[in-house]
Design a protein around this ligand. Structure first.
Ligand code: ZN
Length: 321
């Protein structure tokens, strides 16, 4: 995740309208549309000691075109989105980054329809309440700024944030391959967004983030350490699955036994086939129902026979009422 902020908001000019209308299903007029500019990211070293190359920003300016930004993280308001219709890299000749490069930033223009539903958001934009954004993207290369080592496959001995011969060590993010959604954040460090970034950089190591990466259709590269981590998780799951299988087997065995007692007209083969297709909840439900019935027919555990008989006479009496 990288953070940016809103620059300004205004009514779109004519040439902007045509760019916007490329993304709309019908022609919108300037009165119907609200636009604002937002800085998505820049080439300065960020708080994670990472930085984009200028080339990466240029590539991202293409990748972010048409991408929607969410301005409320709640699932219920998924349709509350603004879309990027224009994106460019702005250079600032007067500013040099910590890495000694000319400062560049990726500025996007986004639009949203003016409607009652969006009024609050527009007000929040104009009053400066909504101003931080986070962006997620995938990059093809993460390298050490000192020696150029590929940080996704083992890396090097340099430590991010430390200086070597007056050069700050950081991870250089380049060759972006995809840009995901961008979003407005109340707290800049959004966990969700952070996960998105981590697919492509250095910290993919659990099954959950893998699942998410697969859902987003992103490329996944794991280094040895990350691979080991995932494998460990899978092994632990396999272990749990063994217990799950044992439990299921026991449950099925009992179900077949009780079913045989209660409904002997159903061949065991048939009941077995039915049980094979049940999930664990169904199995539990059927097992319980058949067990209760079986207990009514004859005592299942001999040493508890007396107790069961008593119980049954009580429950039969209850039924009579
Ligand atoms: Zn290095």
């Amino acid at each position: 995740m990288k953070e940016g902020y809103v620059l300004k908001s205004k009514i779109p000019e004519k040439d902007e309208l045509s760019k916007i209308n490329k993304y709309t299903r019908r022609e919108f007029t300037a009165d119907e549309i609200y636009t604002f500019s937002v800085v998505l990211c820049d080439n300065e070293i960020d708080r994670d000691n990472e930085r984009f190359t200028t080339q990466a920003l240029n590539k991202l300016s293409e990748l972010f075109l048409g991408k929607t930004g969410i301005f409320n993280h709640s699932m219920q308001t998924q349709n509350q989105k603004a879309r990027i219709y224009d994106c460019c890299v702005e250079e600032d000749d007067s500013r040099i980054t910590k890495a000694g490069e000319k400062y560049c930033r990726l500025v996007a223009k986004a639009y949203l329809p003016k409607c009652d539903r969006n009024n609050d958001f527009i007000l929040e934009l104009e009053s400066g309440i909504k101003k931080e954004v986070s962006v997620g993207c995938a990059v093809g290369s993460v390298s050490c700024s000192i020696c150029g080592a590929d940080l996704r496959s083992g890396g090097c001995h340099h430590i991010k944030g430390k200086s070597y011969n007056e050069k700050i060590c950081c991870a250089v993010l380049s060759e972006p391959t995809d840009a995901y959604e961008w979003s407005f954040v109340a707290v800049p460090a959004q966990r969700e967004a952070g996960v998105i970034k981590s697919f492509s950089t250095n910290s993919v190591y659990n099954v959950e983030s893998l699942k998410k990466a697969v859902r987003l259709n992103s490329e996944i590269t794991l280094n040895a350490e990350q691979g080991k981590n995932i494998l460990k998780q899978i092994e632990s799951m396999e272990n749990d699955a063994q217990y799950g299988k044992m439990y299921r087997g026991e449950l099925k065995k009992r179900l077949l036994k009780y079913a045989g007692l209660v409904q002997p007209e159903i061949p065991e083969k048939v009941m077995n086939r039915a049980a094979e297709n049940m999930d664990i909840e169904d199995l539990k439900c059927f097992e319980k129902a058949y067990r209760k019935k079986a207990e009514g027919v004859l005592p299942i555990a001999p040493q508890l026979a007396a107790v069961h008989k008593e119980k049954n006479s009580v429950s039969n009496a209850e039924f009579k009422i």
